[in-house]
Ligand binder design. Structure first.
Ligand code: GLN
Length: 454
């Protein structure tokens, strides 16, 4: 895999940092253990992985795609990193991402964009475009992403790979650099549903260091993937979300989705249409709640504690140094969201914006609850279009946000969802993703249906 990285990543730019020697020594440790007759640490021991550069690592830099963290080394490993190490999984390197996970194309990375391996003039999705591109170009067989509004599922869809956003609270956020804390969730990415399930079980689990971690058993997703692979969905009720199916989506995406629904029916599932009327407000609510949390979370990057410090020439006050550091260290999208969030949370506007968005969030969760009284899983296209050309939407934030239409409701409700490859769009030959959604702590349903469909 390291050879493959040096062969193709100069062009694709999936990695911000390649581990090299560190990864090799972890792999050698696994080999030595096996040679000495020790049981492997996990089913994935020795299988290398690409880690999104938003999880802290003591042996490699962590930038979150931002200049403000350039050169910063974390003094501690994230819980997820520690779990990978304990499972004997060598980390090949840290992958490119939109700055602080804000974006849908990886073009907001301060270190330059990642290209889509299917067509290098196009974006690989975002914010986890580096992880998805690493998988699709065979630079890594496994990867880790984070999903705040779709950043695992949307890149998976646009690169023909698999990605799961686990139930909120099931994968520790300790050492995951925060974007929006009530929405962020780390999750597994792979080229097959079973690979993704194996990784899911490695990274999930209660962590006392994360105040929103839920103390409950890890869901049996590997068993569910194996069951699903037999291809029988008899007794499974699938709901097609009316509000996430529109003639405004790319025709090839809709025809691939309709074909997927026909396949699920052939596999024995009972498919019905369900309505979730408040999903149409998810985008507006998300793009108030997320910036509000961002404006608070990113206050810690003040030039005093981490990474970049600019303008500290002995003649300026601490406040001026902070302002200079933030002006130079943050990119335009991050600044835009800090400003929107600060505005939405300010006295006099709080009720009208942030307060209303929270009410919509509750209504969306209720729509899900009502739907799950009738069905076991919900399905939709993962994204309204296939991968678009690099540069197409960088100057149009609204057009960029519209990519997230189908993925946002799951994050707002704290539920789980997966994207699985669903063929290629007829008009451009690019990958399309099928989104499968399930209630909180029913992640195994995603894997059963995903493996049957795959
Ligand atoms: N594209 C969404 C955003 O820009 C989702 C990001 C994410 O999931 N981290 O906020």
């Amino acid at each position: 895999h390291l050879d493959r990285i040096s062969e193709v990543d100069g062009d694709l730019h999936a990695f911000l940092h390649v581990a090299g020697v560190e990864a090799l020594s972890a792999a050698t440790d696994v080999d030595a253990g096996l040679a000495a007759g020790q049981a492997p640490a996990s089913a994935l021991a020795g299988v290398p992985l690409a880690l999104k550069d938003v999880f802290t690592t003591t042996d490699m830099p962590t930038t979150a795609g931002s200049k403000i963290l350039d050169g910063w080394m974390s003094p501690y490993d994230s819980t997820l990193t520690a779990k990978l190490r304990a499972a004997g999984i060598p980390v090949l390197g840290k992958t490119n991402m939109d700055e602080f996970a804000m974006g849908s194309s990886t073009e907001n990375s301060a270190y330059g964009p990642t290209k889509n391996p299917w067509d290098t003039t196009r974006i690989p999705g975002g914010s986890g475009g580096g992880s998805a591109a690493a998988l699709a170009s065979y630079q890594a067989p496994l990867a880790i992403g984070t999903d705040t509004g779709g950043s695992i599922r949307q890149p998976a869809a646009l690169t023909g790979t698999v990605g799961t956003k686990p139930t909120y609270g099931s994968v520790s956020r300790y050492g995951l650099i925060a974007c929006a804390s009530s929405l962020d969730q780390g999750g597994p990415c792979g080229r097959t549903v079973l690979d993704t399930a194996l990784l899911h079980e490695v990274i999930a689990g209660y962590d006392a260091r994360d105040s929103t971690s839920v103390d409950t058993a890890v869901r049996p997703v590997v068993q569910a993937a194996r069951e699903g692979a037999r291809g029988d969905l008899t007794g499974v009720r699938v709901g097609v979300v009316k509000e996430l199916h529109s003639d405004k989506y790319q025709p090839g995406v809709i025809s691939s989705f309709d074909a997927a629904v026909a396949t699920l029916t052939e596999l024995g599932a009972e498919v019905v249409e369900v309505s979730c009327p408040n999903f149409v407000h998810a985008l507006a609510a998300y793009y108030l709640i997320l910036p509000s949390e961002v404006s608070s979370n990113l206050a810690r990057f003040d030039g005093m504690r981490y990474g970049l410090r600019a303008g500290d020439d002995g003649k300026h006050s601490a406040e001026q140094v902070m302002a200079t550091t933030r002006a130079q260290g943050f990119g335009p999208e991050v600044k835009r969201r800090i400003m929107i969030g600060t505005y939405a949370l300010s006295a006099g506007y709080y009720d009208a914006y942030y307060g209303s968005a929270l009410k919509v969030r509750t209504l969306i969760a209720r729509d899900f609850d009502a739907a799950y009284e009738k069905v076991d899983v919900l399905v939709s296209p993962t994204t309204p279009t296939t991968a678009f050309p690099l540069g197409d939407k960088v100057d149009d934030p609204m057009a960029m946000y519209l990519n997230d239409l189908c993925t946002l409701p799951t994050n707002l409700a704290g539920h789980c969802a997966m994207s699985v490859p669903s063929g290629l769009a007829s008009e451009d030959g690019l990958p399309v993703g099928l989104q499968i959604m399930a209630p909180a702590f029913a992640d195994e349903r995603l894997y059963r249906v995903g493996a049957a469909y795959e």
